[in-house]
Design a protein around this ligand. Structure first.
Ligand code: NAG
Ligand code: NAG
Length: 254
């Protein structure tokens, strides 16, 4: 009798595993072999097989010294995959209210950070609709997007968990310009799924023309960073590129 219960339990465990596996395999087969898909796949695999060996949260690399405000600001934006974008709502029930949306972001290619947030937008989206009436926006990113704060056991609102609020006017980039070509390629490099988004949505590339940079970075109140120095800073961090290359190598040889 005891053995039967034991056998039944084993079967349950095995079945639970059976249930879990197929979507994962499907996921892998469906992936289009770009960075982001690979990344998900590798993480899931690691989670299943060697979670006791590796840290659960594999953050990118340590951020710069918190007293170095410009390098920190550029690090947080360059390492962020998405931003919260706040606009003045044009929805009839909440006209003039603040409204916030999640947008995938890049500040340049993996290898070339510019400090300027670029977005891929469709006119029907909340954000794009608001921007046609009022181009003012605030773009917010957090160090927690790298999971660094969680690793340090810091709450996302802990002032040491750096957050960056970039405010300004959003501008649509003119198709065919060098900046458009650069920004679109950078968006597609970091967010390969964009290449599969429905072609009939009239996608365009937009950037924030930064008017103010506010940052919460460590204790002691808000920091305001001069825009000119921020943009002029030559950010040479390669953590995103290294990570993409590492994932590429891991997947190629597993
Ligand atoms: C990085 O991007 C800037 C802005 O588009 C461009 O002027 C510069 O040539 C690029 N540098 C490299 C190494 O790609
Ligand atoms: C930025 O720094 C790198 C590495 O030191 C250097 O090769 C590159 O020329 C610099 N770019 C600019 C625009 O100063």
């Amino acid at each position: 009798m005891k053995f039967q219960i034991f056998a039944a339990l084993c079967l349950l465990v095995v079945c639970a595993e059976c249930k879990y596996r197929p979507p994962e395999l499907t996921y892998h087969q469906d992936s289009n072999h770009h960075g982001r898909h690979r990344e998900n796949w590798v993480h899931r695999d690691e989670a299943n097989e060697i979670s006791t060996v590796r840290p659960r949260n594999n953050y990118r690399s340590d951020p710069p010294d918190h007293t170095k405000l410009i390098p920190m600001a550029r690090y947080v934006l360059h390492n962020a995959d998405w931003a919260s974008v706040a606009t003045i709502s044009s929805l009839s029930a909440i006209q003039g209210f603040p409204f916030s949306n999640v947008k995938s972001v890049v500040d340049g290619s993996l290898a070339n950070s510019t400090g300027i947030p670029y977005f891929y937008m469709a006119p029907a989206d909340f954000t794009a609709r608001d921007l046609t009436r009022n181009s003012r926006a605030t773009v917010q990113v957090s160090l927690e997007e790298t999971r660094y704060c969680e690793n340090q056991k810091w709450d996302p609102e802990d002032p040491r968990c750096t957050r960056l609020m970039l405010s300004g006017k959003m501008k649509r980039l003119k198709e065919g310009t060098p900046e458009y070509t650069f920004a679109k390629a950078a968006l597609f490099e970091r967010h390969p799924a964009m290449a599969t988004w429905p072609a009939d949505h009239a996608w365009f590339v937009a950037k924030l023309k930064i008017a103010q940079i506010a940052m919460v970075d460590w204790f002691g109140g808000a920091k305001y960073i001069p825009v000119k120095e921020y943009l002029a800073y030559n950010y040479t961090g390669t953590e995103i590129l290294d990570r993409a290359n590492k994932l590429h190598t891991e997947v190629t040889y597993v």
